[in-house]
Write a protein that binds this ligand. Structure first.
Ligand code: IPM
Ligand code: MG
Length: 366
């Protein structure tokens, strides 16, 4: 018996393939006396195909009960025609909203073995280690009013950027707490030059800092300048905290600095549950990549590193998380590359499953 429960939602496209490799890691820990109580269910297009909804109430209820949800990816061209309310992405957004996962941690770390693979020069990205904290439950993704209506003889599309003080304060605290465990620096990004919600964002982040975290170094940047600085000299940052939409954009940008979207994990955390563990969902930053699905080309590392984040943030198993990360690093240093990372001379091309097997073998060896 175990008191560690996981709900696995592989989802669509390459989701099931990369999740199959995570299952190998989970099983390996199981053989070593570290068992997880794992259940699996549908989300996204897969759930829509089976139930006519991207997330059933039963799956939502299960997600609320477990210690951690692991999600693969959702979406695909086949679902583009669907109404907004049942698109695969709505399943993911419902999980984030109803679990109230307000702090989305997106590390952008450059593995030495992949520094040549970045679209930027090696010295700009080698050793890069930044953490983007994206607010995940509010802002323009959820603000009301929203919709498309008709005014006179034309259609008008409306979305609302809305943030309350408490929504800003809680994600700011997450950023400051995390910074204290890293290089103790936070840069907050908004558009206070054009948006009232940005003015409030800047004010509240500063207030929380002054009252509770004066020891942390805080700076503010407009999000557009932030994007520019991220490509110019990303190593100037430690922790970046920003809203839902800017965080969506900036985290894709930061991800690409490291060479491949197929490498980056994320954790979405909410308030602590009764057992002290935070509400939590872990997912790779990449999407469902329908163009390569089912061909063994997908890189399982982002999903495997997302499980490592679950070990660290949900189960307080930092040493085990370090071991998984070290195994990934070794396998990359050994020259193993999935299709997304091929291009350099002398590397060994491997399939999704071979990459997973190699990481398990490293864990077992080490
Ligand atoms: C992400 C994705 C999602 C988002 C989509 C799939 C709804 O781009 O997690 O970054 O926009 O938040
Ligand atoms: Mg995104």
């Amino acid at each position: 018996m175990t008191d560690r429960s996981l709900l696995i939602l592989p989802g669509d496209g390459i989701g099931p393939e990369v999740m199959a490799e995570v299952r190998k890691i989970i099983d390996w820990f199981g053989t070593r006396g570290l068992a997880f109580d794992v259940s699996e269910d549908l989300v996204g297009g897969a759930a829509y195909d089976a139930h006519g909804t991207p997330l059933t109430d039963a799956t939502m209820a299960k997600a609320q009960e477990v210690d951690a949800v692991l999600l693969g990816a959702v979406g695909g061209p086949k679902y583009d025609v669907l109404d907004f309310s049942v698109k695969p992405e709505r399943g993911l957004l419902r999980l984030r909203k109803e679990m109230d996962l307000y702090a989305n941690l997106r590390p952008a770390q450059c593995f030495d073995a992949l520094a040549d693979f970045s679209s930027l020069k090696k010295d700009i990205v080698a050793g890069l280690d930044i953490m983007i904290i994206r607010e995940l439950t509010s802002g323009v993704y959820f603000g009301e009013p929203r919709g498309i209506h008709t005014e006179g003889n034309e259609r008008v599309g409306v979305n609302t950027q809305r943030y309350t003080e408490s929504e800003i304060a809680r994600v700011a605290r997450s950023a400051f707490e995390l910074a204290r465990k890293r290089d103790n620096r936070v840069c907050s990004m908004e558009k206070a030059n054009v948006m009232e919600s940005g003015v409030l964002w800047r004010d509240v982040v500063q207030e929380i800092h002054d009252a509770e975290y004066p020891d942390v170094e805080l700076s503010h940047m407009y999000a557009d300048a932030g994007a520019m600085q991220l490509t110019r000299w990303p190593k100037q940052f430690d922790v970046i905290v920003t809203d839902n939409l800017f965080g969506d954009l900036l985290s894709d940008l930061a991800a690409m600095l490291t060479g491949s979207l197929g490498m980056l994990p994320s954790a979405s955390l909410g308030a602590p549950m009764e057992n002290g563990r935070p509400k939590a969902l872990y997912e790779p930053v990449h999407g469902s990549a329908p163009d390569i699905a089912g061909q063994g080309k997908a890189n399982p590392i982002a999903c495997i590193l997302s499980f490592a984040m679950a070990l660290r943030y949900s189960f307080d198993l930092g040493d085990e998380a370090d071991r998984v990360e070290a195994a990934v690093e070794t396998v990359l240093a050994d020259g193993l590359r999935t299709a997304d990372l091929l291009g350099e001379e002398g590397m060994t091309p491997v399939s999704t499953a071979e990459m997973g097997d190699a990481i398990v073998a490293r864990l077992a060896a080490g």
